[in-house]
Design a protein. Structure first.
Length: 311
């Protein structure tokens, strides 16, 4: 039994099924890298054979937050920095649902940075796409956590005195079990990486470089780029934590020196997801919470019934 009848339905999926009738045309600025994320996500979902009804897309605030309006699936437009806790709750309630969260670099690495670290630490089975354009775009060009040191903006008119964060290294240190970086200018690689990330059983972090030609002309178009899996100079074992860490550090440093490196950086297929860990301890219910609401014979339970009274 499934909480949604479409889950597990085996049929051929057309990419156009993920284009909504209400808002079929995205209204991002011309040249925005967000178009690349939308295209890659539609292609990945279709390649995986997912129905729109099998997917929940949770977004934060910012230009990236409109992704859930332009992608046909279940959607939840959360408040700033809070897409991950909403996504976590949905996945725990209905583990069969494919859950994807998305947000910008300010939304995910700044305002929601605490949720980012702890979702990675707990290894929740979901994909987190972060639109990284090194700027706050929707609010008109303020310095973000990934803006380079010295970058001038409305909030830092004399230039940022802070070093940018290293998002992949953060995810790795926290415990994400799949980590990759891709770019809107590399659509084939972007789709392939999203396919792998969604398939992965655990927390998948995809740092997606999305150029902002309106508010961050310094970042340009993130070209030319180098696919590290296609270049012998950057050969390393993506399953080795130390080698992966060194590759991420080099990649994050190189970006601010004008060299764009993309590809897969780390994966751990042996680590159990958070839900699997909860099942192992007996804390996860045999019947998912979402399905309990469809079971007319099941007696409702209250939280106080699950706990022993304090003595």
């Amino acid at each position: 039994m499934s909480a949604f009848s479409a889950i597990g339905e085996d049929r051929e999926i057309d990419q156009n099924e993920f284009t909504p009738e209400i808002e079929p045309q995205a209204t991002w600025c011309p040249g925005c890298g967000d178009f690349g994320v939308l295209k890659a996500l539609k292609g990945a979902a279709a390649e995986l054979g997912l129905n729109p009804e099998e997917i929940l897309l949770v977004t934060g605030i910012g230009c990236s937050g409109k992704l859930s309006s332009y992608f046909e699936s279940y959607g939840f437009h959360s408040i700033h920095g809070r897409s991950l806790p909403v996504a976590r709750a949905a996945k725990l309630a209905n583990p069969e649902l494919t859950v994807i969260a998305a947000g910008g670099d300010g939304d995910g690495y700044g305002i929601g940075g605490n949720h980012f670290m702890h979702t990675a630490r707990e290894n929740h089975d979901m994909t987190y796409i972060v639109f990284n354009n090194e700027i706050f775009g929707l609010t008109k060009g303020q310095t973000s956590p990934t803006s380079p040191k010295g970058h001038k903006s409305k909030t830092q008119p004399e230039g940022s005195a802070k070093d940018p964060i290293r998002p992949m290294s953060m995810a790795h240190s926290a415990g994400a079990s799949y980590i990759a970086r891709t770019a809107a200018v590399n659509p084939n690689q972007a789709k392939e990486i999203l396919v792998e990330a969604i398939q992965h059983d655990g927390f998948s972090h995809v740092d997606f470089l999305t150029q902002c030609p309106t508010w961050n002309k310094d970042a340009k178009q993130y070209v030319p780029y180098i696919d590290i899996q296609q270049n012998d100079e950057y050969e390393f074992d993506v399953t080795d934590r130390r080698e992966a860490h060194e590759a991420m550090y080099e990649t994050e440093s190189a970006l601010y020196e004008g060299k764009v490196l993309t590809g897969r950086y780390y994966r751990d297929d042996e680590r159990r997801s958070y839900h699997e860990e909860k099942k192992a301890t007996g804390a996860a219910p045999d019947q998912p919470i979402a399905e309990q609401y469809f079971d007319k014979e099941r007696e409702p339970r209250r939280s106080y019934e699950l706990l022993d009274a304090h003595k």
